[in-house]
Write a protein that binds this ligand. Structure first.
Ligand code: ATP
Length: 223
């Protein structure tokens, strides 16, 4: 379980997160929504241990972010907004390269299976020739090499076609429901949030998202 207690973060005089608390269970898919600049990426980056909060206690499966940082990091898979793959490498070469950097070892067959699970079949193709949706799938497959328990995704489906969006959304949903992973992702796509998320956290004071989601029967908590 992911536990966040009394988390705050500011940049200079700008308060971004103020006394935020929540808990997320294994197997849940949680969406983070809010207007531009509300603090979604900031929260995701704190959960990914990439930036530190000003105050607050965070833990995952009873491992504290403060005292058990290495254990927590091993459990996290983070997919940033910008696709980070080697364009000159094939899909296979990318997977093997990142497997070598990973603390968890996987055979080539297992790496290929990860891609196939995402409906990414172009194993021998150069990454530069893949569509945006396929590159995004590769990015997600790379983040799964070390079998993380918690997946943090910053706008994983932005700028890609509807078919890939749906495939990625249902794949992430399946990871939560069949493998018990905790999935947290940001999106501006309300249809996607409505289809794939069990719960939604709204960041910021604008009531727009909360009202829209509640009208559609979603459980929403304002952070
Ligand atoms: N390193 C930083 N230094 C100063 N201000 C920052 C920094 N990172 C973010 N901010 C500010 O904090 C606020 C929250 O930014 P954040 O990127 O978390 O928002 P967001 O909800 O993810 O926005 P978007 O939907 O546009 O991606 C913004 O006003 C941003 O300008």
């Amino acid at each position: 379980m992911l536990k966040v207690e009394a988390l705050s973060k500011h940049y200079g005089s700008k308060k971004v997160l103020s006394d935020v608390s929540f808990q997320i269970n294994p197997g849940e898919v949680v969406g983070l929504v809010g207007e531009n600049g509300a603090g979604k990426s900031t929260l995701l980056n704190i959960l990914a241990t990439l930036i530190s909060p000003d105050k607050g206690n965070l833990s995952f499966d009873d491992h504290s972010y403060d005292s058990d940082l290495q254990k927590v990091r091993k459990k996290i898979g983070y997919i940033p907004q910008d696709i980070a793959v080697w364009e000159d490498f094939t899909v296979e070469e990318n997977m093997v390269f990142f497997e070598q950097l990973s603390w968890k070892k996987k055979s080539k067959a297992e790496l290929r299976q990860l891609c196939q699970n995402m409906k990414l079949e172009q194993w021998k193709e150069k990454t530069q020739s893949l569509s945006g949706g396929m590159k995004r799938k590769l990015n997600i497959a790379i983040s799964l090499i070390h079998d993380p328990d918690i997946l943090l995704l910053d706008e994983p489906t932005v700028g890609i076609d509807l078919k890939s969006r749906k495939e990625i959304g249902s794949y992430l949903h399946g990871l939560a429901k069949h493998e018990g992973k905790t999935v947290i992702y940001t999106s501006h796509d309300m249809e996607e949030i409505l289809s794939f998320c069990d719960r939604v956290y709204c960041i910021g004071e604008d009531p727009f998202y909360k009202e829209l989601l509640e009208e559609n029967g979603k459980l929403v908590q304002v952070l």
